[in-house]
Design a protein around this ligand. Structure first.
Ligand code: SF4
Length: 363
C-alpha cells in the first residue's frame, strides 16, 4: 500500500513520523498550489466549502504521483467535514481511479475506530506497537505545534526579516532527528530555547487573535500565509487552533493553552451551544481576546462555512459589547491576495489609531 493524505498545517509531520514507526509507505501529495485548487474546483461540487475542494485536489495529485490508497480524516457533525471523505471517494472513483479510500476517525471522536484503522493500515503491527507509535508520534507533533506557536509569538520582535523562519527550520530539524519519547522532550526544550535566544527589538507590538475555521487557520496556502504577513508587520499573534489540540484526545488543548470548557464558558453569553466546527470557539476566543488585552481579532472562514457564518453573525455584537475590533475575512476561490492585504493594512491602521487615542486619553 502506498498511502497519501491531504495537506493541513503540521499534519504532515505527524503522519510522516507515525507511518515511519508503523512501517507504512507514506507519500504526502505535492505541495498545494493553484493547480491543486483548479483540480478541486473542476471536480468538487460548486456549493462545497473550500477545504473540501483543496483536499480533493491534494488527493488527486497524490494518486497521480503513484499512491494507491488515500487516508482522509472522518468526523462528526454538525458541519460538512464529516461528509468529506465519502464525497471525495465518490468523486475520485467516478473519475476512474482504482484505489483504496480509507477513513480515519480523529482519536478525539472515536479512539477505537482510530486504532482499528491504523491496524488495517499496518496489519503486521500489534496493538501495543500502534499505541506506542501513536503516543510518541503524537507527542512529537505537539512539539512541532509548539515550535509554530513560538514562531508566531516571536516574529514581531525579529531584528532581521526571515530570522524567525530560519530558527523555526532549525527547531524543526532538531525534532526531525528524534525517535524516542525522551529525545522528543529534550529536542522540544532545545528547539524552544532557540526562540528565546533570538535577538529581539524593544517594541510593544499590536496583539491580535486569529480565530475561525480550523483548516483556514492551519493551512498557509489558503490563508495567504497570514501569520507571516502580520508577524513581519510587527504583530504578535495568538492562534485559536493547533492541529494536535484539535485532533487529540481530551479537551485541554495543551498547545493553545485554553481548554474547550473555558472557551465555551466565555462564548456562552453570546452562543450557548456547539454549532459544529469552530463556531462556538470563534465567539469564545473573541471574548477572551479582549480579556487578555489584545488589540483586535481576525476571523477567517471559508465562504459557505456554516459554523463560522453563525459566529460571524454574532461577532458584531461581541465586538461592540466587549469593545474589541473584529475583522472578518471570508475566503473562496475568487479571493485575491492583494484584496486581503489591503483589508489587513486598513485593520492594522485602525488598531494603531485606537492605541494612540487610548494613550492620549490616559496621558
Ligand atoms: S467548519 Fe466550515 S469550512 Fe470547515 S468543513 Fe465545516 S462547514 Fe466546511
Amino acid at each position: 500500500m502506498k498511502l497519501t493524505t491531504p495537506h493541513m498545517g503540521t499534519v504532515e509531520y505527524l503522519l510522516t513520523d507515525l507511518f515511519a514507526r508503523l512501517g507504512v509507505d507514506y507519500m504526502p501529495p505535492p505541495p498545494t498550489t493553484q493547480k491543486t485548487l483548479r483540480l478541486g474546483l473542476q471536480h468538487g461540487p460548486e456549493f462545497a466549502c473550500l477545504p473540501l475542494k483543496l483536499t480533493l485536489g491534494n488527493l488527486i495529485e497524490g494518486l497521480d504521483e503513484g499512491a494507491d490508497a488515500t487516508l482522509m480524516v472522518g468526523g462528526c457533525g454538525p458541519c460538512r467535514f464529516g461528509y468529506y471523505a465519502d464525497i471525495q471517494r465518490r468523486i475520485i472513483k467516478g473519475l476512474g481511479y482504482d484505489y483504496e479510500a480509507i477513513v480515519l476517525e480523529p482519536p478525539a471522536h472515536d479512539f477505537r475506530q482510530f486504532v482499528a484503522t491504523l491496524k488495517h493500515i499496518a496489519p503486521d503491527k500489534s496493538y501495543r506497537d500502534i499505541w506506542n507509535a501513536f503516543k510518541t508520534g503524537f507527542r512529537k507533533a505537539q512539539a512541532y505545534d509548539r515550535v509554530d506557536r513560538a514562531a508566531i509569538e516571536t516574529r514581531c520582535y525579529e531584528t532581521e526579516r526571515g530570522a524567525t523562519d530560519r530558527v523555526r527550520e532549525q527547531a524543526q530539524a532538531l525534532l526531525a532527528k528524534t525517535w524516542s519519547h525522551h529525545e522528543v522532550i529534550e529536542a522540544e526544550t532545545a528547539a524552544l530555547r532557540l526562540f528565546d535566544e533570538m535577538p529581539r527589538r524593544d517594541v510593544t507590538p499590536l496583539r491580535i487573535s486569529l480565530v475561525g475555521e480550523f483548516y483556514l487557520l492551519l493551512e498557509p496556502f489558503i490563508n495567504f500565509d497570514i501569520e507571516r504577513y502580520l508577524g513581519e508587520r510587527g504583530v504578535w499573534l495568538e492562534r485559536s487552533v493547533y492541529l494536535t489540540d484539535w485532533i487529540g484526545p481530551g479537551t485541554k488543548n495543551p498547545v493553545g493553552g485554553h481548554p474547550d470548557e473555558e472557551v465555551a464558558r466565555f462564548a456562552a453569553p453570546y452562543l450557548e451551544y456547539r454549532v459544529g466546527g469552530e463556531g462556538q470557539a470563534t465567539v469564545g476566543h473573541t471574548v477572551m481576546a479582549r480579556l487578555h488585552g489584545h488589540d483586535g481579532v481576525i476571523q477567517l472562514l471559508p465562504f459557505t462555512c456554516m459554523p463560522d457564518t453563525i459566529a460571524k453573525a454574532i461577532l458584531p455584537t461581541v465586538s461592540e459589547r466587549e469593545d474589541i475590533p473584529v475583522l472578518t475575512l471570508i475566503v473562496d476561490e475568487q479571493t485575491g491576495k492583494a484584496g486581503v492585504h489591503t483589508r489587513l493594512e486598513a485593520f492594522l491602521d485602525l488598531l494603531v489609531s485606537r492605541r494612540r487615542a487610548r494613550a492620549a486619553a490616559s496621558a
